[in-house]
Ligand binder design. Structure first.
Ligand code: GDP
Ligand code: IMO
Ligand code: MG
Length: 439
């Protein structure tokens, strides 16, 4: 049979990437926790403990920062992939918290290629933000940017380096000297002690050693056994360093393409790319957001939806669904399917708005501009649609949603040109409407 005679994607087991389609906090954790029941492996591939993934399931409510959201299923291997940056202290506390609450973490593995967030990265993240003054990016101050910068500059230290204390010291000594120069000369801050940092990180290494692996081999074996795999995205597409609202972005790629690089899965392995869209817009940190609602409605959405950051507790900026940004997101990720979350948060509004274009300097545009100064001048063009004003959180069948809610979902599907196979109507795992199962 010639290769073109059959669709390879139907012949192989699913490898699905779950990707944040907006500015993060779309509900990726909830969706992964729900889908992981049928997956054999869940891989985090980007970011670090800047992420906060909320999961509500029979074990309780959890805010996960580094551990993949599949950890609640004993049959699911959870991998922190090579593209992630790790604050070992944060990871150790997260493992401790999970164990204390009855969650087994023996299925967790950390790629030896992950980069370590060092104490100077955290200090520099804060100092750089202070130096930006009014132009601060609003980072989570977890050391994410400085760690990825060092990775690119070949000044990083990888988790695998902790496994040989001599190699670790060899790597740490010159790098710490260099960082201390920056801390003291540029920022007039105190230097860090080599002995202290070395001793602390050696202890972390000992504690994390049972989890550290060459995870590529494990992923390869799962592929050979044709086991379903989930990639768990962190952050959101519009925070991507290339395609997001640069410089108001994070420092690793949250896109489906980033999922391949950050896990070691080749692009042709992905069979499904699921974009997670909140039914409206939110953003935490600085940078343009054309549909932001600064007054009453924005505050109502924030209060009804408890829109406060799960990592920093900061209030999230809220606004109507931005169809221009959403279409752009679908295009650069090539989403094959979508999840629409938090539909229930819109339950009480008599009228809803959807942004379908922008007015920029008198012209109408339907593309997402690269320049933030253009984006800051964009005025959203809205389409008004009726609300449903009926509680939806207890609904489990799509057909039982009020007609206006189905019309709203259908309009979003049309705008993003992608079918919504999952509709989420509450925080809990079971508060989900599945129109077409992924696995
Ligand atoms: P993530 O970073 O994409 O995993 O999202 P976060 O966990 O930071 O933020 C999403 C918030 O929405 C969390 O508090 C979730 O528990 C909550 N959530 C997820 N899906 C729904 C939903 O359908 N309805 C409601 N009301 N809350 C949801
Ligand atoms: P999850 O995975 C929302 C934002 C920060 C800031 C910018 C840069 O929970 O969706 P960083 O600390 O990464 O250098 O900050 O990115 N940011 C997020 N916003 N959700 C996230 O993750 C985020 N991770 C980073 O608020 O604006
Ligand atoms: Mg979050």
């Amino acid at each position: 049979m010639a290769l073109g005679d059959f669709d390879l994607r139907e012949e192989i087991m699913p490898v699905a990437a779950v990707i944040g389609a907006q500015w993060g906090d779309e509900g990726k954790g909830k969706i992964v926790d729900m889908l992981a029941e049928k997956a054999k492996m869940v891989i985090r591939f980007s970011g670090g403990d800047n992420a906060g993934h909320t999961v509500v399931n029979p074990y309780g409510q959890f805010g996960l920062h580094l551990v993949p959201s599949g950890i609640f299923y004993p049959q699911t291997t959870c991998i922190i992939g090579n593209g992630v940056v790790i604050n070992p202290e944060a990871l150790i506390s997260e493992i401790y918290m999970l164990n204390k609450r009855g969650v087994d973490t023996s299925t967790l593995f950390i790629s030896d290629r992950t980069h370590l967030i060092m104490p100077y990265h955290i200090l520099l993240d804060g100092l750089e933000e202070e130096a930006r003054g009014g132009k601060a990016l609003g980072t989570t101050r977890k050391g994410i940017g400085p760690t990825y910068a060092d990775k690119a500059a070949r000044l990083g230290i990888r988790t695998g380096d902790l496994m040989d204390k001599e190699i670790f010291m060899e790597r740490l000594r010159p790098i710490l000297n260099h960082k201390n120069l920056i801390l003291t000369k540029v920022y007039k801050a105190s230097p860090l002690s080599l002995d202290d940092v070395y001793a602390r990180y050696c202890q972390y290494g000992e504690r994390l050693a049972p989890y550290i692996r060459d995870t590529l081999t494990m992923i390869e074996e799962a592929l050979i056994r044709e086991e379903p795999i989930l990639l768990e995205g962190a952050q959101g597409t519009l925070l991507d360093p290339d395609f997001g609202t640069y410089p108001y972005v994070t420092s690793s790629s949250p896109l489906a393409g980033g999922g391949c690089l950050g896990s070691g899965l080749g692009p042709s392995r992905l069979t499904h790319i699921l974009g997670v869209f909140k039914a409206y817009g939110s953003r935490v940190g600085s940078g343009p957001m054309p549909t932001e609602l600064k007054e009453e409605i924005g505050n109502s959405i924030r209060e009804i939806g408890h829109e406060y950051g799960s990592t920093t507790g900061r209030p999230r900026r809220c606004g109507w669904f931005d169809g221009v940004a959403a279409r752009f997101s679908t295009s650069i990720n090539s989403f094959t399917t979508a999840a629409i979350t938090r539909l229930d948060v819109l339950d009480t509004f008599p009228q809803l708005k959807i942004c379908t274009g922008y007015k920029l300097d008198g012209a109408t545009i339907t593309h997402f501009p690269a320049s933030i100064s253009s984006l800051e001048r964009c005025q959203p063009i809205y389409e008004e649609v009726p609300g449903w004003q009926v509680p939806t959180s207890d609904i489990r069948q799509y057909e039982q949603l009020p007609a206006e809610a189905r019309q709203y979902v259908a309009r979003l599907e049309e705008i993003i040109s992608c079918p919504a196979s999952i509709i989420s109507v509450g925080m809990r795992r079971e508060q989900t409407i599945i129109r077409k199962p992924l696995f």
